[in-house]
Design a protein around this ligand. Structure first.
Ligand code: SAH
Length: 522
């Protein structure tokens, strides 16, 4: 791409030789800075502080579920990235849509990926619809048969699904405000009577999770596949000191839920009392934004310190604005005079309801800890929903845990005091599997943990074998990857058909197989 040699050397020095993606990202950033210096100068937010985006530390990680819409309006950043993408050969309209879709903070690699994904989604969309429709005709691809590992739908059901798949103009699911689900503890239920379609009633009970702010149509599809059950959208800020807007589709009862005790602190000040001393009056945050898979760089915190040291107390409004924006963007905390810092992994563990050191040690890098935690369940929120299982299964439950990650579901069940007789956990990351395995050992679980790797390899035969051995699953739980769903613009394409997010269909496939096998044998 014609990068200058000194730039290449500098980029390698910054990132190390091994990480070619980060090097490329740095080079592209250098190039953009060189070409469009006036962007920052003219930025309405300009505080004579250059943007920290040139620091590639943070671009190494996924900004995959950055939720605060307030940051979607960063025009100068958008223009800068648009320029580079066009230079890289992407059509302007596609590049622009990708930025809208992923948000101005997305790295160039993510944006390039997103453009490719959207193109592929467009191409495969027709194909997918056609193949889903033909899958559900007489050939019966969803037919479960113990010999062939398939499941058959009745013709009426087939037609119904076909109709549902074809009707794109159906009403959109609206995200509730406030995002309190079917009701918060000690509050009146917003939905007193919900009807679960007969085909969806438990056992097995199921619980599916993903980011609430998904692109247009994603939740409609999720709900449609999961037996037309209305999603329950909840922001974990009502359960802990950090926002986490998630949608949950489940067939659990919603009455007589209870909270885990002790309940976690709900404000930053309660969660981190020692930081109070350093918290400036103009930083009015009471809660964190969504905890991400990555954290701010040391360079950014240094820049903030230097800028604050240069001015008096309180700093001028434009500096306050800049600092606050970065603090909110990166969930920074005050740890000294003029000193902000990213949350430590153990602090994030606490906010998300995991035991201290849950993700620590055993060869797990800091980066991996942030990444796994950033993708995990908020334990108190999920436990609140799962609490109804306690009375239903006094002797314990058998769980199929898909996309287990670091075991948010398992930790929630354990903390609720629900005995896990058997957990079949399916998680592709070795790092995450090890975290769950060592937690299982450390908590002296008396049940059995079986860990498998790829959901795509879990077929009808394997499921039937397990179901016969364990006497069926009581709960099928999981949140499939959100990589292609998150971003600030939920009204754009990509979404569920993206490379990672399409694993949702495996959740559905497996759940449907489990239901079918259990329906036949139990
Ligand atoms: N609920 C989990 C996190 C879910 S994030 C928790 O509490 O930690 C989605 C998870 O799916 C990630 O951990 C990712 O590694 C895993 N994953 C991605 N592709 C997968 C696949 N093909 N099979 C199994 N797991 C997969």
């Amino acid at each position: 791409m014609g990068f200058k040699e000194d730039m290449v050397v500098k980029a390698i020095q910054e990132n190390g030789e091994g990480d070619t993606e980060a090097i490329l990202e740095t080079l592209l950033t250098y190039k953009a800075i060189e070409k469009a210096p006036s962007d920052h100068e003219n930025s309405p937010n300009d505080c004579s502080l250059s943007s920290d985006r040139e620091n590639t530390d943070e671009d190494l990680c996924d900004m995959d579920d950055f939720e605060d819409e307030e940051f979607a309006e960063d025009l100068s950043e958008k223009d800068r990235k648009l320029l580079i993408l066009v230079e890289m050969g992407f059509p302007t309209d596609k590049a622009s849509s990708a930025i809208d879709r992923c948000g101005p903070n997305a790295s160039l690699l993510e944006l390039a990926d997103s453009i490719h994904a959207a193109q592929m989604a467009e191409e495969s969309d027709c194909h997918l619809r056609e193949s889903r429709i033909s899958d559900s005709t007489e050939e019966g691809t969803y037919v479960y048969d113990s010999q062939r590992g398939r499941k058959r739908r009745s013709p009426e059901e087939t037609n119904y699904k076909r109709k549902r798949l074809l009707s794109d103009s159906e009403s959109m699911i609206c995200l509730p405000k406030p995002m309190v689900g079917f009701g918060l503890p000690n509050q009146r239920m917003t939905l007193a009577n919900r009807k679960i379609p007969e085909a969806a009633t438990g056992p097995p009970y199921f619980y599916y999770e993903n980011v609430a702010l998904a692109p247009k149509g994603a939740w409609e599809t999720i709900s449609r596949f999961l037996y037309d059950i209305e999603p329950e959208f909840v922001d974990s800020k009502y359960f802990c000191a950090a926002a986490r807007k998630r949608g949950y589709v489940h067939n659990l009862p919603i009455h007589n839920r209870f909270l885990l005790h002790p309940t976690p602190p709900k404000t930053i000040q309660e969660a981190f009392p020692v930081t109070k001393k350093w918290w400036p009056s103009w930083d009015y945050r009471r809660q964190f934004n969504c905890l991400q898979t990555c954290v701010a760089s040391a360079k950014l915190t240094e820049r903030i310190r230097t800028e604050l040291e240069k001015c008096g107390d309180p700093p001028p409004e434009r500096i306050q604005k800049y600092v606050l924006e970065e603090c909110r963007r990166w969930n920074l905390v005050w740890v000294g005079r003029h000193k902000v810092a990213p949350l430590e992994p153990d602090e994030i563990e606490m906010l998300l309801g995991f035991p201290r050191d849950h993700t620590r040690g055993g060869g797990i890098s800091r980066m991996n800890r942030y990444k796994s935690l950033g993708n995990s369940f908020q334990v108190d929120t999920v436990a609140y929903h799962l609490s109804v299982l306690k009375d239903m299964f006094p002797n314990g439950i058998t769980v199929l845990s898909l996309f287990s990650g670091i075991g948010g579901a398992e930790v929630a069940l354990h903390q609720l005091g629900i005995h896990m007789k058997t957990v079949v956990s399916v998680e592709i990351s070795d790092v995450n599997r090890n975290i769950l395995k060592s937690w299982w050992e450390q908590t002296n679980q008396t049940g059995e943990l079986i860990d498998l790797s790829d959901v795509q390899e879990l077929n009808g035969d394997k499921l039937e074998q397990m179901i016969n051995t364990f006497g069926g699953f009581d709960l099928v739980i999981g949140g499939s990857p959100c990589n292609n769903l998150s971003g600030s613009n939920r009204y754009s394409r990509d979404g569920l058909e993206g490379k990672h997010s399409s694993l949702f269909y495996d959740y559905f496939r497996i759940l449907d197989l489990v239901k079918c096998i259990m329906g036949k044998n139990f």
